[in-house]
Write a protein that binds this ligand. Structure first.
Ligand code: HEC
Length: 124
């Protein structure tokens, strides 16, 4: 490969990096990022990677996203008959992250929640 081709390759790679950086800039809130990772790991298999539903109901624009207490209860305790208590071992930080992600990314721009808002006894 001649020198010029290497230059073009360099230009191309820099451009690609720029696109990646620009794409990430929109979602750099660490709590939401953590929530997204958790959602993909613990929920997406049943509710769909984009919350579109699957084995479980669609969560995108689901009216239940409006109730933080309701979400907390389902995540910690599961839902009969088919949803296991996937979040039983979540720390308050993880719970806040996944609830915030659900509300901000899948809901109609609902506010994120803090750890304080979601900590407390598992069965209120
Ligand atoms: C093994 C599959 C499975 C996993 C994993 C799972 N869910 Fe579910 N979820 C369900 C099913 C199925 C329902 C509906 C209740 C039923 O019929 O059992 C449900 C119901 C819900 C509901 C109530 C929705 C409604 O409209 O009533 C919410 C909210 C929810 N899940 C959130 C989550 C979150 C958040 C996670 C990850 C932390 C998660 N689920 C992981 C299967 C799953």
């Amino acid at each position: 490969m001649g020198f010029e081709r290497w230059v073009w390759l360099g230009v191309f790679l820099l451009g690609a990096l720029g696109i990646l950086a620009a794409r990430d800039a929109g979602e750099k809130d660490p709590l939401l990022e953590e929530g997204r990772a958790l959602y993909l790991r613990a929920c997406a298999a049943c509710h769909g990677p984009g919350g579109e539903g699957g084995i479980g109901p669609a969560l995108r624009q689901n009216p239940r996203l409006g109730s933080v207490a309701g979400l907390r209860e389902v995540i910690l305790g599961g839902r009969e008959p088919y949803m296991p208590p996937v979040g039983a071992e979540f720390t308050p930080r993880e719970l806040a992250a996944v609830i915030s992600y659900l509300r901000a990314a899948l809901g109609p721009g609902l506010s994120p929640v803090s750890e304080e808002e979601v900590s407390g006894p598992a069965r209120p």
